[in-house]
Design a protein around this ligand. Structure first.
Ligand code: AMP
Length: 204
């Protein structure tokens, strides 16, 4: 369960889950992910459709890392229209400068249970070991500096147009992600309050 008591649906997490289970989707996705490239829209859209059909999404959900292409954003608009959702739909972009992103990504280490540390900003007490359960911390294969650069190129080419797509709607807010975690969380909560007001005005 994510913040606000609704599920956080990360397309990257679902894909990594498929890779560790060795499913056909995981096999199709792995080498693209390791190179910092995107998995095909059709595969990801179908994966999201399946996840949104689960009953725990009825009270709302957070899509994390999706949509990442204009095709995905347009697919999502249509999917939400066709499924006649009554939930207010809003988009938030967390904007982080290049240098901060580089440290957050190359410094990220993950425990067996998915706890996230950062060797620069949130190191464990003993290097390489989770404070809570003693498991070894690992680095995602795509969190190297080399793949980070590719992921940034992919973002500029394929994901930046999605921001423009949402900019044209009154359901969109940007949040300064260079701040510490607590301030980013507070800024997201404020942005959601503002968006709730503007979507209420829209639906009147
Ligand atoms: P993330 O965990 O969001 O950083 O995603 C890790 C990788 O999974 C990305 O670099 C892509 O290769 C793939 N991926 C995650 N979400 C998507 C998406 N919406 N569309 C295409 N590929 C994705």
């Amino acid at each position: 369960m994510g913040i606000f008591g609704i599920p956080q649906i990360s397309t990257g997490d679902i894909l990594r889950g498929n890779i560790s289970k060795g499913t056909p989707l995981g096999k199709a996705a792995k080498s693209l992910m390791d190179q910092g490239r995107l998995v095909s829209d059709d595969l990801v859209n179908e994966m999201v459709a399946d996840r949104l059909a689960q009953p725990d999404t009825q009270r709302g959900y957070i899509l994390d890392g999706f949509p990442r292409t204009l095709n995905q954003a347009e697919w999502l608009d249509t999917h939400l229209n066709v499924s006649k959702t009554t939930l207010p739909v809003v988009a938030i972009s967390i904007v982080v400068s290049y240098d901060h992103l580089l440290r957050r990504i190359t410094g990220r280490r993950i425990s067996a249970a998915g706890r996230i540390y950062n060797v620069y900003s949130n190191p464990p007490a003993v290097p390489g070991i989770c404070d809570v359960d003693g498991s070894s911390l690992v680095q995602r294969p795509d969190d190297s500096e080399e793949v980070f650069r590719e992921r940034m190129k992919t973002f500029e080419a394929q994901t930046a147009p999605v921001i423009e797509h949402y900019h044209q709607q009154s359901r969109f807010q940007e949040v300064d992600g260079d701040q510490p975690v607590e301030q980013v969380t507070a800024a997201i909560t404020d942005a959601l309050k503002r968006l709730r007001q503007s979507t209420q005005t829209l639906s009147r």
